[in-house]
Design a protein around this ligand. Structure first.
Ligand code: DAH
Length: 341
């Protein structure tokens, strides 16, 4: 039996040396030390030994078992260390290598203008309203006192889906929607995309963005309109910017006006930027036509209002001295990078 144990130790050591991974080690452990393992087999044979030899042999067998267990444990530790070393080698990072440059995103110039316009009107107590880009002929034209024979209804200007629906040609239908759902006092702006069947060139785009404004209450006058828009222009373009109200015509306002501001490039002296006039047209406005108020269910005897509309792209082009509207839609990084702050 002693020889048998010796033999077991020798072959075990050989086998152990060949073990390279945890599962093989565990298999070997079970094979030698498990419930039906080699060692247990030997111990079972002890009964056949003479009585006086049994304790000596028993003690020896225990020593062998302890030795095997110890060898397995140290092999396990060795494998673990090896695994860790391999992991470290694989995940090693050279922290001295130069990093990848992260390109930071930034707002589009039209977004910068939009945010600033919203800020200015917020500060004057206006709320932001929203409306759909696909609207009805009724909201886009009828409600706004634009009769069917009005030039802006010309097929070449408007994208129609059918007789009822179109792509809105301006944000003015949002004032209609607001007046229809809300009683005065009303003080709102709305900013969104509009569509017209225009050929794309340096100053026209079939898709553009407008900001619409509307105030309706008792006793609203042209003075309120002027005060509000003069203040707006100063906050957006600088305190020394002057506005001039020039008579104009819109079907939905009476009287109507266009607002010119002093050219901020030449301060009114006349330059290439303002085509020598010293002034730049910036928005359309007027007192809401009584017919529009009535159409929307507002008593035009009791209430009056003013409205205005301006192109976001136009304002953006003026503020950043951009001479072609197409830059604002092309998403050319060489252009938009210039607005990183
Ligand atoms: N809807 C006009 C346009 O598209 C802009 C406009 C002018 C809106 C005067 C208004 C306004 O509300 O009062 O050209």
């Amino acid at each position: 039996m002693k020889e048998q144990l010796k033999e077991i130790q020798v072959t075990f050591s050989q086998r152990l040396r060949e073990v390279n991974e945890m599962q093989a080690l565990e298999n070997l452990r079970v094979e030698y030390l498990g419930k039906t393992g080699v060692l247990k087999e030997i111990l079972r044979g002890m009964g056949k030994l003479p009585k006086e030899e049994r304790p000596v042999m028993g003690a020896h067998a225990n020593e062998v078992r302890d030795a095997l267990e110890e060898a397995i444990e140290s092999k396990r530790q060795e494998l673990k260390d090896r695994q860790l070393d391999a992991k470290i080698a694989k995940e090693w990072i050279d922290i001295t290598l130069p990093g990848k440059k992260i390109q930071m995103g930034h707002p589009h110039p039209s977004t910068l203008t939009t945010r600033q316009i919203i800020d200015v009107f917020h500060s004057m107590g206006f709320v932001l309203e929203d409306g759909p880009e696909i609207d009805t002929v009724a909201n886009n034209f009828d409600a706004l006192n634009s009769p069917p024979d009005h030039p802006s209804r010309d097929l070449s200007d408007t994208f129609y889906f059918d007789e009822v629906n179109l792509l809105r040609t301006h944000t003015s239908p949002v004032q209609v929607r607001t007046m229809m759902k809300q009683k005065p006092p009303i003080r709102m702006i709305s900013i969104g995309r509009c569509f017209r069947n225009d050929a794309l060139d340096a100053t026209h785009s079939p898709m553009f963005t407008q900001c619409e404004g509307l105030v309706v209450d008792e006793g609203i006058t042209m003075g309120d309109l002027k005060g509000t828009l003069e203040q707006f222009v100063k906050l957006l373009f600088g305190a020394d910017t002057k506005s001039v109200f020039r008579p104009h015509n819109f079907p939905f306002t009476e009287p109507s006006a266009e607002v010119d501001i002093t050219c901020f490039k030449c301060k009114g002296a006349g330059c290439r930027f303002c085509s020598g006039s010293g002034a730049i047209e910036i928005l359309g406005c007027g007192m809401v036509h009584p017919q529009v108020l009535e159409y929307c269910g507002i008593d035009s005897e009791r209430y009056t209002g003013f409205a205005f509309g301006m192109g976001i792209e136009r304002v953006t082009m003026l503020r950043y001295e951009i001479d072609d509207i197409r830059y604002l839609f092309e998403n050319d990084q060489r252009f938009s990078r210039q607005f990183r702050r």
